[in-house]
Write a protein that binds this ligand. Structure first.
Ligand code: PLP
Length: 393
């Protein structure tokens, strides 16, 4: 008899994006002459930077010659990539040793895998609405989940005050889907809360490269005490357009110790046991993406998405609507007109303005009654969407 993990049975059916894609496909089939404006995507659309392409070519050519060929690599990452990430953090005034940096295949992989460091009865606190991986991977592990809800009252930036204890908390700032971002003083409250309770924060910094406001930290380690309580997970997906490349990094500081265990040592053990690292070619590409020339190109692509955020924000303001985001993250989050569900408003925007948005239901129950707009569309589509939104809202 197989003893299958029963907790997979408690996951919601994976129908959300299927339903979304089916609804859009059905609309296109019924209205082949209409131009759809796709503000539903959470994926980059610009190409990779030329220094990245050059690094890829160089690395591929090295792999084709016996003298420069690389086989298995250190599971935790090449020194050159770990050093490049450390230099990137130095730009925020954060001093990390390369030994605290673990190269990964992207944030999604490590957001789930980090749960390996905690016992199955660890209580997980998730600030919602949220990127679904936090809840779903915790469910798969059979952990108790405590939900902390973002609301219009707390500006979708809930703070830890008056909150039940938890062992592990997932925070995402800047946030997908709400586009909100904790300021330094707000995030400090989380750090102090975690240190008081000996909890661990898993800080998802996937959208840090979009931050425009000076009082929003790029890394949780900008705050005093954070190295004692936080693991930070990030990737080059949104920083350098690497969604199709798959390269990220996880920071586990040496100072992070719980129950007498160094979490950095545990993570080293975990990675060297469960993975064989990331490909040589990709890590060389990542090093180039984090070089000054690579970052210059990425900033230009990000500026395009940031301008899209400004255009959409202006349209929503002109319509007199309450919303969050559009400034420090490539998403805007707004309540549905007339108190409709996210799905009903999605249908209305599709039918009346041919705009595709993402219903808030995809980010937890608390997302019901909201929709997310993405800034990753083309400039033309975004400008046209802003015009059409004003006719509907
Ligand atoms: N975290 C958040 C908040 C995201 O929105 C995403 C992807 O959209 C990820 C993590 C996953 O990123 P990656 O491509 O690095 O796996």
């Amino acid at each position: 008899m197989s003893r299958i993990n029963p907790f997979y049975g408690q996951l919601p059916p994976a129908f959300f994006f299927t339903r979304l894609n089916d609804a859009v496909a059905a609309y296109v089939a019924a209205h082949p002459d209409q131009r759809l404006l796709r503000l539903g995507v959470g994926d980059v659309t610009g190409p990779l930077a030329p220094p990245v392409i050059e690094a890829l070519r160089r690395a591929v050519s090295e792999q084709g010659k016996a003298a420069t060929f690389h086989g298995y690599l250190p599971e935790v990452g090449l020194d050159c990539m770990r050093t490049a990430v450390a230099a990137y953090y130095a730009r925020f005034g954060v001093n990390l040793s390369p030994e605290e940096i673990f190269v990964s295949s992207g944030a999604a992989d490590d957001l789930g895998a980090v749960g390996n460091l905690f016992s199955s009865d660890a209580r997980v606190l998730v600030v919602e609405p949220a990127y679904p991986a936090y809840v779903d991977t915790s469910r798969m592990a059979g952990r108790e989940i405590v939900h902390l809800c973002g609301t219009q009252q707390n500006g979708f930036l809930p703070l830890p005050e008056a909150h039940p204890d938890a062992d592990l908390v997932y925070l995402c700032s800047p946030n997908n889907p709400t586009g909100t971002a904790y300021t330094r003083s707000q995030l400090q409250q989380w750090v102090d809360w975690a240190n008081e309770r000996q909890a661990v924060i898993v800080f998802d910094a996937a959208y840090e490269a979009f931050i425009q406001d000076g009082d929003v930290p790029h890394s949780i380690y900008e705050l005093p005490g954070a190295k004692d309580c936080a693991i930070e997970i990030c990737s080059l997906s949104k920083t350098a357009g690497f969604t199709g490349m798959r390269l990220g990094y996880t920071v586990v500081p040496k100072a992070l110790v719980r129950d007498g265990f160094s979490l950095r040592d545990m993570w080293t053990q975990d990675r060297t046991t469960r993975t064989n690292g990331v490909s040589y070619v990709l890590q060389r590409a990542g090093e180039a993406a984090l070089s000054p020339a690579g970052l210059r190109y990425s900033r230009e692509s990000i500026a395009v998405y940031q301008e899209n955020g400004r255009i959409l924000s202006e349209a929503l303001r002109a319509a007199g609507l309450w919303f969050t985001g559009g400034r420090n993250a490539p998403y805007l989050w707004l309540p549905c007109l007339g108190g409709q569900s996210g799905w009903a408003f999605f249908e209305q925007l599709l039918g009346q303005a041919q705009i595709v948005v993402t219903p808030g239901e995809g980010f937890g129950e608390v997302g019901t009654g909201y929709v997310r707009l993405s800034c990753f569309g083309s400039r033309g589509d975004t400008e046209e969407a802003a015009r059409r939104l004003l006719t509907v809202l």
